[in-house]
Write a protein that binds this ligand. Structure first.
Ligand code: TRP
Length: 427
């Protein structure tokens, strides 16, 4: 079997926090070291423009997130590591996909619907404050994935719908233009913990409860000491279940250490001491990465170079040849070659010629004969019943002249029709 391709995007719209690290970066870096899959990790900076209108924030976040991945051990020579906006084939593909995607599909996207629902509550115009960027978000994401025919896409729960849409969009394109795209699967890792933030809710920028991954040690300590706890006194047994402190510790400690901490909770460890232990654990894991991170951030030209070179190699190997095929497929073609010449330079389509029967709005029954590329060769007149249409098809397959029932379509030559019928009957 062909090598699995695994792809995921990270939107650079903020500063990476502990939750991003434990939930996305660490598992992805580990996976890329172990498996022999071909991995694609990219910074979805076009997506960032949907979330923020602050140019310096986009630049800074791109730098910080790229440096974080590298500091966390991603090896850019073993994976594809790039920036979305360095691959112009992605927005080009977005447009090709846009033209086979029903607007109704995008109307159903959760993020868009949430904005519309909120407007309804506020009594505002349904689309108030909704940009086309927000509306088209799933299409750009589909292009990210389909551009490289990724098989698996590790994402959080909130992104699963976008993957279903990417599959629908790929299927529509394939249906119209032939089998170009793999249908991608979402991979939601249930084992990966969502970390609690300072207030106990999920750690998230939108709750303003995050611990930045590379906060300086003193700031990290201060944040750890501000994590909410209950009011149990030292000596009173403490619950591990539902304790943000314990969950954070578990996400960074070895299983044996976690067991030991559990015992300390039962014995009634003082919250201050538990925080001290958590801080020491975090600092021991983060400090070496932080040192690498600071070195990297101090040399932005190195990161720029890594990203640029990733995109260049990726374009040469995949994006540029793929978009050329796709342009050809949809009819963005050279004008100085006839269809026949183009067909000769193209690999032969796999599909066989076939008869297609259908009913029209006039209530009559019709058939078409189409070649392997989907071009119509014959178009029938209308029949009163499907049976009559079927009998005509059978007669033509048996070698009868088509003239009593059908005309050649789209100017197909008699020879082409005869050849396609031969190919069909030779099956
Ligand atoms: N939408 C994703 C997020 O915000 C980021 C993303 C962009 C992505 N393109 C992608 C993820 C393609 C997976 C595949 O988390």
């Amino acid at each position: 079997m062909a090598q699995q391709r695994i792809l995921t995007g990270i939107t650079p719209s903020g500063t990476p926090h502990l939750g991003n690290y434990a939930g996305a970066i660490r598992p992805a870096v580990e996976a890329s070291r172990q498996s022999d899959a071909e991995s694609f990790y990219f910074l979805s900076d076009y997506h960032a423009l949907i979330k923020t209108g602050n140019p310096e924030r986009v630049r800074r976040s791109t730098l910080e997130i790229a440096a974080t991945w590298l500091a966390a051990g991603l090896r850019p020579e073993r994976v594809w590591f790039y920036r979305q906006s360095d691959v112009p084939e992605i927005p080009e593909l977005t447009w090709l996909l846009t033209c086979v995607t029903g607007k109704g599909l995008l109307n159903r996207a959760h993020a868009y619907k949430a904005a519309v629902d909120k407007n309804a509550l506020d009594g505002a115009d349904p689309d108030a404050g909704v940009t086309m960027g927000l509306f088209m978000y799933p299409l750009l994401m589909a292009a990210d994935i389909l551009m490289f025919n990724a098989h698996r896409v590790p994402v959080g729960r909130d992104q699963v719908q976008h993957l279903e849409m990417a599959r629908d969009i790929a299927a529509s394109f394939n249906h119209r233009y032939g089998e170009h795209f793999v249908l991608p699967e979402a991979a939601v890792d249930e084992a990966v913990a969502t970390l609690p933030g300072l207030d106990g809710r999920k750690m998230s920028k939108s709750y303003d409860n995050t611990i930045p991954l590379f906060a300086p040690a003193a700031a990290l300590k201060k944040l750890v000491f501000s994590i909410v706890t209950d009011s149990k006194a030292p000596g009173e047994p403490k619950e591990t279940e539902g304790s943000p402190l314990f969950q954070l510790y578990r996400a960074f400690a070895a299983p044996g250490e976690t067991q030991a901490m559990r015992a300390r909770f039962e014995e009634g460890i003082a919250w201050g001491e538990a925080k001290e232990i958590l801080f020491d654990k975090l600092e021991s894991v983060i400090a070496p990465m932080r040192a690498r991170y600071e070195e990297l951030i101090a040399e932005p030209e190195r990161i720029e170079q890594v990203l640029k070179s990733g995109a260049e190699r990726l374009r040469a190997k995949y994006a540029t040849p793929s978009i050329a095929k796709l342009r050809e497929a949809v009819g963005l073609r050279r004008l100085d070659r006839t269809l026949a010449e183009t067909a000769q330079t193209q690999p032969k389509a796999q599909a066989r010629p076939q008869f297609k029967q259908y009913r029209e709005a006039d209530g009559l029954f019709y058939f078409k004969f189409v070649d392997g590329d989907g071009r119509a060769l014959l178009q029938s007149r209308g029949f009163a019943s499907p049976r009559e249409a079927g009998q005509a098809v059978a007669a033509i397959k048996d070698g009868a002249d088509f003239a009593p029932w059908a005309d050649s379509a789209e100017g197909a030559a008699r020879d082409d029709i005869a050849r396609a019928l031969d190919a069909l009957c030779a099956e």
